[in-house]
Design a protein. Structure first.
Lengths: 336, 528
């Protein structure tokens, strides 16, 4: 088991090194001079040279890469050219908002997708199955921005139940009473027993989280349905039933457990994907997360920020895959 | 297990409910808040010496300058200075400071602050530092008098009223931190201004909240807002919905289609004021056949100016007459104007030796700029009628900027469309930026135009501007006539500043010298 984990870990580290090299090389070949942006449009040759020195751009590419990697290992991702702040500090500002959205979205996806998949499988070809499958297909195929905007029209404009966007209402932000301990508003408001902020944050979170959950709901439901159907047709399930074991035990105790492996893999990939998918959702819901920061970093050629974001997403992907591999490997058949 | 889950859910629901009960009893008077929506995150560079981009709407509520310029009257009014004078030779300027002005940190404004701030921006050389290039030395004969000695005459009153690089901040606090720590401290979201509002909080990419500064020198007798909030809302559809729902009072930029729709709604005021931002198409005077003046003039006659103003800008612009926008001193309505005239274009092309066109021009436009894309598409079809093919290339703003400055001249684009607006509110900013001969560095002269006579006249006009603005304006007129004749740039249109604001907000007057700045202290909400 440990050998398996170590092997996967080494693979993951190699992937991250590969990503860091590729991203770094991209920033070297893009037709943009970060020093010119840093020094401003009226900088003369001397000021440009000074800016290049400050940004370390006067060094050979290899030296710059080694410096970058050693910085990363110390938790220093460089300084953003646009915000003039350490990229690590910027990421710490933005990640909690995005992470909160992704986590709540994924919880919704599991709470809806798993029961949908199970009902669909257990009542194959019934109207419930058709309904669940249709829901899953819609969830996967609806364009995110279309769903987001329609939810806004329905719940904000017509019904007036939920806010249009942002993380908090203006009156709370202006009053400056929102707690900031971890950056996760729901958690922070619970820790400080601030119900006003908690419910306000929850109301703001619902629409973007449901939009984000739509795609994973569809995938999880579809995957779980097909895996469960496959397992339910296995001989051992038939034997268990023949022995007269309760249906509930056979389905949830034996069949579901074995059907979950592929679903977990799909879910983990969804989680990674959602981290990027959230960028579009953040734009529509004006969610102050990584999305806007990334968009601005790309359009302004802020290469330290681009590298920091790419590295962060790569690390998340690798970690998620590692966790999934370990979870699945708990089944001894896989390790073999 | 199930009990545990149910228990956890119950705790999650009950605890906040209890907390609601505890917290709601402590409610106090609701502050009046003015909320703006900005499509880009303006903040990043908070250092008032370095800021040279989108930060103005925030910084002008936190900081003040010695003077403020009103283009309508072509007069400066005192803000932190009460009066000022210049010697007849235009080389010495004396400013008397307002007494009893406090910084947000509690220190009082003195001449030492002005001296330190100008010297620091000169030392750093960042942002708009160039506006102080004529300042040789600064004397502070007493605590409220600042004397600037210049190397050459220039209108220092306009410089003191500049939208960029003229903010005054507390030198005592600044010196205590010292550079480079000071710049880092500013950029972490700190300020040292005298403005009506002080910074309450800043969340990168999300919002800036400013709260009233109780010791502000103009006092708080009127119905001023207690707080000013700037929210970053990149998606214009969301911004419009927020405006309609009353979540924001003002949106900085909306598509013209939205503006037209909101105009019909009495809940909003749409104001359109002639602004100082104009759009140029720079023609690469180093590339063949554009190095021929006749070819440049010919393509200037192929531009469908009125179609662009009406169809692209929805009428919120006017065809430009020369480089200086209408409303600014130095602008002349009677300058020659190129018009849409394909026959003239064909004649000029024939005179230039290419009667049927027969060449391709590469034009770059910044990705995401729909207006410029539409301009290019409209123009392409007109150029085709005289046998010229327009190759439109969309690329990120920075990439096209780099291309325009490429050391390999052959790589540079033939045509480059861009916005231009002033720093110091003077024609100089247009001429010195875009038409003076530039080699290293190329600033904004991306047509690579070079005319020694024009260079000389531009310099002469600027020196005159401090003491005799009328005479300076006449020299600028000569400069413009020469530039229009040489045609290194097509002067496309002068934009109007279109603002959409809730009708309940009173007191808003747009000042094109300070682009996108809302002086929140001047505003109030009707009925409050």
């Amino acid at each position: 088991m440990w050998t398996f984990i170590v092997r996967r870990l080494v693979n993951g580290i190699l992937v991250i090194i590969g990503v860091s090299i590729l991203t770094f090389m991209l920033t070297v070949i893009i037709p943009s001079d970060p020093a010119a942006r840093w020094a401003g449009p009226r900088a003369n040759a001397e000021q440009l040279a000074k800016a290049r020195e400050e940004l370390g751009l006067d060094q050979p590419v290899l030296v710059r890469y080694v410096r970058y990697v050693s910085g990363v290992l110390r938790g220093d991702l460089g300084t953003s050219i646009r915000t003039r702040q350490p990229v690590m500090r910027d990421l710490k500002t933005y990640i909690p908002a995005t992470a909160e959205l992704v986590i709540v979205g994924m919880i919704i996806a599991l709470l809806v997708g798993v029961p949908l998949g199970i009902w669909s499988a257990l009542r194959k070809d019934s109207w419930i199955d058709h309904l669940c499958r249709a829901t899953a297909v819609f969830g996967v195929s609806l364009p995110t921005f279309w769903l987001a905007m329609n939810l806004q029209v329905l719940f904000f404009r017509w019904l007036g139940w939920l806010p249009l966007g942002g993380r908090l209402s203006g009156f709370i932000e202006a009053a400056g009473t929102a707690p900031n301990i971890t950056g996760f508003l729901l958690l922070d408001s619970l820790l400080t027993l601030n119900g006003t902020v908690f419910f306000d944050a929850l109301k703001h979170l619902l629409l973007p989280a449901v939009t984000l959950a739509a795609y994973p709901i569809g995938l999880v439901a579809k995957q779980l349905r097909s895996s469960l159907l496959e397992v339910l047709n296995e001989d051992y399930v038939r034997v268990a039933r023949a022995y007269g074991l309760p249906q509930r035990l056979v389905t949830y105790g034996y069949a579901l457990r074995n059907a979950l492996g592929p679903t977990i893999t799909v879910f983990a990939l969804c989680l990674g994907y959602s981290l990027v998918n959230t960028f579009l959702i953040e734009a529509v819901f004006n969610w102050p997360g990584l999305g806007n920061y990334t968009a601005l970093a790309v359009t302004t050629g802020d290469y330290p920020a681009i590298m920091g974001i790419t590295l962060f997403i790569a690390v998340v992907y690798v970690l998620l895959n590692l966790i999934v591999d370990v979870l699945i490997a708990l089944d001894p058949r896989v390790r073999v | 297990m199930r009990r545990l889950v149910v228990g956890l859910i119950a705790v999650c629901l009950v605890v906040p409910l209890l907390a609601v009960g505890c917290k709601q009893g402590t409610a106090s008077k609701t502050p009046s808040v003015f909320t703006m929506a900005n499509n880009v995150d303006p903040m990043g560079v908070w250092d008032p010496s370095d800021a040279f981009a989108e930060q103005l709407p925030i910084l002008f509520n936190l900081y003040e300058t010695l003077l403020k310029y009103d283009p309508a009257t072509d007069k400066c009014t005192g803000v932190l200075a009460t009066d000022w004078s210049v010697t007849p030779d235009g080389l010495t300027w004396t400013f008397h400071l307002r007494q009893g002005v406090k910084f947000h940190c509690g220190h009082e404004l003195t001449s030492a602050d002005v001296k330190y701030d100008i010297e620091r921006i000169q030392r750093r050389g960042m942002g708009a530092a160039f506006i102080w290039s004529a300042v040789k030395s600064i004397d502070t004969p007493d605590a409220y008098t600042v004397v600037l000695h210049l190397t050459r005459p220039c209108p220092m009153d306009l410089t003191m009223a500049s939208a960029y690089g003229a903010f005054i901040y507390c030198s005592q606090c600044a010196q205590a931190k010292g550079d480079p720590a000071l710049a880092d401290w500013f950029n972490q979201g700190n300020e040292l201004g005298t403005g009506p509002y002080k910074l309450q909080s800043w969340k990168l990419g999300d919002e800036v909240i400013m709260t009233r500064f109780d010791d502000y020198w103009r006092g708080w007798q009127g119905n001023h807002f207690d707080k000013v909030v700037m929210k970053v809302v990149p998606e214009t559809g969301t911004a419009r919905q927020m405006l309609e729902a009353g979540e924001v009072d003002y949106v900085r930029l909306l598509p013209f289609e939205d503006i037209e729709a909101l105009k019909k709604n009495p809940a909003f005021n749409v104001t359109a004021t002639p602004g100082f931002q104009n759009v140029y198409i720079a023609i690469n005077t180093l590339h063949k056949p554009l190095d021929n003046k006749l070819v440049r003039q010919a393509i200037a006659y192929t531009v469908p100016y009125q179609d662009i103003v009406n169809k692209v800008m929805f009428g919120y612009a006017a065809q430009a007459t020369g480089p200086v926008p209408k409303g600014m001193w130095g602008h002349f309505d009677d300058l020659k104007q190129y018009t849409y005239d394909l026959n003239k274009a064909k004649d000029l092309l024939a005179q230039a030796g290419c009667p049927n066109g027969g060449f391709t021009l590469v034009m770059t436009i910044a990705s995401g700029d729909e207006n410029h894309r539409k301009v290019a598409e409209l123009w392409k079809s007109e150029l085709a009628k005289v046998g010229i093919n327009l190759d439109i290339r969309t690329m990120p703003f920075d990439a096209q900027w780099e291309l325009a400055k490429s050391p390999d001249v052959s790589q540079r684009q033939d045509l480059y469309i861009y916005y231009y607006w002033p720093d110091v509110c003077s024609p100089e900013t247009y001429f010195e930026g875009c038409f003076v001969t530039q080699k290293d560095p190329i600033i904004y002269n991306v047509s690579y135009y070079s005319n020694p006579e024009v260079d000389r006249l531009i310099s002469a006009a600027w020196e005159k501007a401090g003491t005799d603005r009328k005479a300076a304006a006449q020299i600028y007129k000569q400069v413009q006539e020469k530039i229009i004749e040489d045609c290194p740039v097509i002067f496309l249109y002068d934009m109007e500043d279109v603002r959409v604001m809730s009708a309940s907000i009173k007191g808003f007057v747009d000042n094109p010298a300070y682009p996108y700045v809302i002086f929140a202290y001047d505003l109030s909400r009707e009925g409050k």
